[in-house]
Design a binder for this molecule. Structure first.
Ligand code: PMV
Length: 366
């Protein structure tokens, strides 16, 4: 599919008002996206686990209007929120060419997260994908098609998901991996079915070792990051190690494909931890350089390594663009690992807070 496929010329239905509601999850990358071209096109492919419980729930109510400006109000957890408006305005400007009805309606966007707002967990992936899905449901109501064959229904389901992901990408790159589950690939590569324009549900074999894989998110630092990911991505321009990093991501994705099929957890741990540390190494070797890990991030990493060695465990960590630690482990280690987290790792979490999550199936219409 190309960008042109996502431009609908006209709609065959006229609706005065309505409302749609979606819940959309966060995701955690195993091979990381860091560095982008214009229009949020990634410099390298990435793959992520879709999460199950860390979600944004968004309801969009739309009412026909006459003026030609964008018009919307935003409510976050029941209260009007001016702070989110500029991001949504920019998002609308970026997607207008693909969603021609954007200027025809006034939108009330009511949104809330299942995870605490100031937890340091990026809500942009779940937040942007939830709005994109709401807009797609509105588009669907405006383009009523009467009878479809089975293959047409399947094609229209794929179109819906691909376009929702395409729109979400324009809001926040990694948001395009939040539409489907359980593993999603984004960015062209030779090992998997993929696109630069949207996330694609991973098509390769996945060993049962990865069923309901667990992610405990340890909240080390709930504050605002000193360097945003927008700035971080930009610093990959002219970065001395960029070329090597981008090709390494291709190699790691190819290796991960084999690992996912065979269920080799020891090899999985190596790729995932190396990807996390490489992401942060890119930050530390940017100019200007920066560090998003905190002392407790390193304390936790060392404890995880100790625990893994002593217990022949397959626990590992990964990191986003922040100080929080995602602790990944297979379901059959759940009881033991949570004991370990409670006894050894909670001490390094801000106010002792952590979130228990696992791999999920993707967004849902409510
Ligand atoms: O989607 P953005 O622009 O916030 O970038 C997020 C990048 C990482 O979370 C660090 C890695 C990833 O692939 O999700």
């Amino acid at each position: 599919m190309t960008e042109q496929d996502f431009i609908l010329k006209s709609y065959n239905s006229d609706i005065e008002s309505g409302s749609v509601k979606w819940s959309s999850p966060s995701n955690i990358a195993l091979v990381k996206y860091w560095g982008k071209k214009e229009h949020q096109i990634p410099e390298n492919p990435s793959i992520s686990f879709t999460l199950s419980d860390c979600k944004t729930i968004t309801e969009v109510t739309y009412t026909k209007k006459n003026s030609s400006d964008f018009s919307f109000d935003v409510y976050f957890e029941g209260e009007t929120n001016e702070a989110f408006k500029p991001k949504i305005q920019t998002f609308f400007e970026r997607i207008e060419a693909y969603i021609p009805f954007l200027r025809d309606y006034h939108f009330i966007i009511e949104t809330s997260n299942t995870f605490p707002h100031s937890s340091g967990i990026a809500s942009s992936a779940s937040g942007m994908s939830a709005i994109a899905l709401c807009l797609m449901s509105i588009e669907q109501s405006l383009s009523v098609v009467t009878e479809l064959s089975l293959s047409e229904v399947e094609a229209s389901h794929n179109y819906f998901n691909n376009k929702a992901s395409f729109l979400a990408r324009l809001g926040s790159g990694s948001a395009c991996r939040s539409i489907e589950g359980e593993l999603v690939v984004w960015g062209k590569n030779d090992s998997t079915e993929s696109s630069d324009l949207y996330g694609v549900k991973y098509q390769g074999d996945v060993h049962p070792n990865f069923d309901q894989y667990q992610d405990a998110i340890l909240l080390v630092d709930k504050g605002e990051k000193q360097v945003s990911s927008t700035v971080g991505h930009k610093l990959m321009f002219g970065h001395p190690f960029a070329k090597e990093r981008f090709s390494q991501a291709h190699e790691n994705l190819a290796k991960l494909k084999a690992i996912l099929a065979t269920g080799d957890l020891k090899a999985f741990v190596k790729i995932v931890e190396s990807e996390a540390l490489t992401l942060h190494a890119m930050m530390m070797t940017s100019m200007p350089y920066f560090i998003l890990m905190k002392p407790n991030t390193l304390e936790i990493i060392n404890k995880i390594w100790e625990y893994r060695a002593e217990n022949d465990s397959n626990i590992c960590f990964t990191l986003d663009a922040g100080a929080n630690v995602h602790v990944l482990f297979p379901k059959n280690e759940k009881e033991q690992v949570y004991k370990f987290i409670k006894s050894e790792l909670v001490a390094y979490c801000q106010n002792g807070h952590y979130i228990c999550d696992s791999v999920g199936e993707g967004a849902k219409r409510l």
